[in-house]
Design a protein around this ligand. Sequence first.
Ligand SMILES: Cc1cc2nc3c(=O)[nH]c(=O)nc-3n(C[C@H](O)[C@H](O)[C@H](O)COP(=O)(O)OP(=O)(O)OC[C@H]3O[C@@H](n4cnc5c(N)ncnc54)[C@H](O)[C@@H]3O)c2cc1C
Ligand code: SF4
Ligand code: SF4
Ligand code: SF4
Length: 398
Amino acid sequence: MGYKYITAPTNCTGCALCANVCSRDAIRMEWSAEGFLIPKVNTESCINCGLCAKQCIALEEKPAYTDDIESVASWGGWNKNEATHLQSSSGGIFTALAERALMDGGCVFGVVWQDKYTAVFSKAETIEGLVRMRGSKYTPAIPGKVYQEVLAELKTGRQVLFSGTPCQVHALKKYLRKPFDNLLTIDIVCHGAPSHLLLEKYVQETEARTGKIIDHVSFRDKPEGWLRFHVTCHYTDGSTSSAPLDEDLYMRLFLCDKALNYACYNCPYAHIPRQGDITLGDYWGVQKIHPDWPIDKGISAILANTAKGHQYLQQVNDKVTLCLEPFDKIYSGQSVVYVRTEQQVPRARPMVLASLPFWPLEKVLHKLVNSVRIGPIYLKRNGFLHKLLRKCKQLISR
Ligand SMILES: Cc1cc2nc3c(=O)[nH]c(=O)nc-3n(C[C@H](O)[C@H](O)[C@H](O)COP(=O)(O)OP(=O)(O)OC[C@H]3O[C@@H](n4cnc5c(N)ncnc54)[C@H](O)[C@@H]3O)c2cc1C
Ligand code: SF4
Ligand code: SF4
Ligand code: SF4
């Protein structure tokens, strides 16, 4: 049996649109050596119809970029239900919108844990089903055949809410081919998803250190408040362990942006024009502007990108507090939301990804993220010797 790829793995977002359009079911999404989802075509089942390549979002003309931030309505906001607010990553707006869809007899598609290593798309029909979707899973989520499932629900006339990363929302809309009045899409603010290898290694190391089995990891707990959120490991014996983002190895390696999918560094979907009817993210920096807001529990930065998005947000007014805020305030610290610039892929990225299966995470962080290698020597990044060397280089090049 032979296999071929649709596009170079370095272009692929892992959206799985190709696997959803193939009528021969010849495409399987698999983990690449670097830990990202890529499609593999089974050449025995494939009839060379070309549809997968025709639909592939990495092979299309990129969506036009605009910096028309005036056209977007924006709010800071949070859920009025204290428990939901605390259990959500930021302000809990996703749950308010999803509950509304369920109340209208609809269903919700979002991301849940399949097991301790794997996040997948799933459908919720009940309020209890939404609990599993709550919280950011900072790892690539497996779409499966979610676009086919969404279409099947839309055709019944039911209300459908779909929430995902901007590339996944874009893929869904392309799959559907036409707008549906009964579909609401939410895209989350996204600066990229880290390699699946990172979560595997993190789980293995934590289990070896504690002698316990992890059930799942929650990345956005708020025991010290939202600004210094914690990563919590939940063990099968019911116990937990937790560390703040600046001390947790997973978050430090994720947030250094050196273990992201190649396609994420120059993503055309994650800025204006946004892909979803509504965009949800964190309102970082709000504590300096509105210290009287419930900062400890988390504040969402919300965009209504379409009239439909605007209308849905008005409908959840009884469940959430929404405060109109200028766009440049709510996303002032996150230019990725609206600015499209050519981003350099960090030089250390290939080494970080190649070393993840073999080196302890502490060593990856110390040697490849916090250090610069010069021949056989590792210098502390931005330390005295590194700065001195840079100065010398500048003087020589003059
Ligand atoms: C990989 C990733 C990167 C992000 N990067 C940023 C960022 O740079 N800046 C920022 O402001 N916000 C970012 N976010 C969004 C932020 O973490 C919150 O998800 C968002 O503010 C919504 O919070 P909430 O309180 O309304 O709802 P929550 O209940 O916390 O929302 C969870 C929602 O996120 C979806 N979701 C969870 N994990 C995934 C996943 N792996 N793939 C797709 N969908 C997922 C769920 O389906 C659900 O709809 C990111 C989220 C993810 C998953
Ligand atoms: S060429 Fe056609 S049959 Fe072959 S994998 Fe692509 S969509 Fe499927
Ligand atoms: S459709 Fe998506 S998953 Fe398939 S090759 Fe293109 S970018 Fe990759
Ligand atoms: S940065 Fe772009 S390509 Fe990467 S996960 Fe986010 S939306 Fe998808």
